[in-house]
Ligand binder design. Structure first.
Ligand code: SF4
Length: 367
């Protein structure tokens, strides 16, 4: 179930079949995973492995690499072997790279029905090779490269067109008894994307990979993805997510993780509850919140820290949090688990909060 922080259910999770992408389960009741894609030239093995290591450190669970050339395909065995997380080969146009990726030990292969005309008559061979190797296929439909037949039929990349393209490709694999599939139907418009996934969710039981494609630079892309994923995940739709940003891929992973945490779909890590400040504020809330956030970066326990600018909502919020401060009159009342433990001068608020947070984290780890 999708749950809010108090445990109330937002929606039943859609029942999907479970597939394995390497050692990461996707679908069924598996936790919703966060994935990203490298931006390096895949053939540059060192740079690609370095970026995969950075993504892994940021919390990425599955990574995709583009395979546009033979050099990239040749790099796959080393990358698949040395990556700490499952590697998905992203393949357009060239069926032979699909076989190369399977042989290389990639955990999955992504194909795009709009770009795989030549694939259609080789689906049987692909299904056989993938099935023997236990490698699932992601059928990744993208509004920007929709199958021409469907573009002609629908006039543009409508939700129906995206879904029809995906299910058509699935049917080709199903004819060969292959169902180890996950699907994405990405569009850059969150409204169309949400409609497409809703439709798809009704029409099949394959696990769904959510994505708003070409979502834009970090600020816009974050909001588009959060809104679209939020709508779907709150309805129980979605088994793995990829946030697409015109920004370093580790940022995509952080945004993806934060979306899941915000919906209570993943245990929350550090959460700063800070007020927006207003005319009543008796302290510089922005600076205070920034300094506390910076001081606690990397803390790996679920801790809610309230930073409040005055005594109107301050004590209430600070009491609800594990730790908090309500500021006023040049002082800060420090709360731990609802109790005021001390009052400190404004200049000592940040260091006191950090000190207390580290102490609570230590206790949590010992429990
Ligand atoms: Fe304004 Fe106080 Fe609320 Fe912060 S806590 S927004 S300062 S009323």
């Amino acid at each position: 179930k999708v749950r809010d922080p108090d445990g109330a259910a937002l929606a039943e999770r859609r029942q999907s079949r479970r597939i394995m992408v390497g050692d990461v389960a996707v679908g069924g009741d598996a936790p919703i995973s966060v994935q990203s894609m490298t931006t390096t030239v895949t053939a540059d093995i060192n740079a690609t492995l370095q970026q995969i290591a950075e993504l892994t450190a940021a919390g990425c669970q599955i990574v995709r690499v583009a395979v546009p050339s033979a050099d990239d395909a040749e790099a796959l065995p080393v990358i698949a072997r040395k990556s700490q997380i499952p590697v998905v080969a992203d393949i357009h146009f060239q069926p032979r790279y699909v076989f190369a990726a399977i042989e290389a030990g990639c955990a999955a292969v992504r194909v795009n029905p709009g770009n795989i005309k030549k694939f259609d008559d080789r689906v049987g061979e692909i299904a056989k090779a993938a099935s023997e190797a236990g490698v699932p296929i992601r059928i990744g439909v993208n509004a920007g490269s929709l199958d021409r037949r469907l573009l002609a039929k629908y006039g543009r990349a409508t939700p129906e067109a995206l879904v029809e393209s995906a299910l058509w490709e699935c049917s080709l694999f199903e004819e060969h008894g292959f169902r180890d599939i996950k699907i994405s139907v990405k569009h850059n418009d969150p409204v169309v994307m949400v409609q497409a996934y809703r439709l798809l969710a009704q029409r099949c039981d394959y696990p769904l990979h959510l994505g708003v494609t070409e979502a834009g630079p970090a600020f816009q892309g974050t909001i588009k993805s959060a809104v679209a994923f939020g709508a779907l995940l709150a309805e129980g739709i979605g088994d793995t997510i990829r946030v697409s940003l015109s920004a370093p891929p580790a940022e995509e992973v952080k945004v993806g993780a934060q979306i899941l945490e915000s919906l209570g779909l993943r245990q929350r890590g550090l959460e700063i509850v800070s007020c927006p400040s207003c005319g009543r504020a008796q302290v510089d809330v922005y600076t205070l919140a920034d300094r506390v956030t910076a001081g606690l970066q990397g803390l790996d326990v679920p801790l809610r820290v309230a930073v409040m600018g005055c005594v109107v909502n301050g004590p209430g919020e600070a009491r609800e949090a594990d730790l908090g401060v309500a500021s006023g009159n040049g002082k800060g009342q420090i709360f731990v688990k609802g109790e005021v433990i001390k009052t400190v001068p404004e200049s000592q608020i940040v260091e006191t909060l950090i000190e207390e947070a580290l102490r609570i984290a230590e206790e949590m780890r010992a429990e």
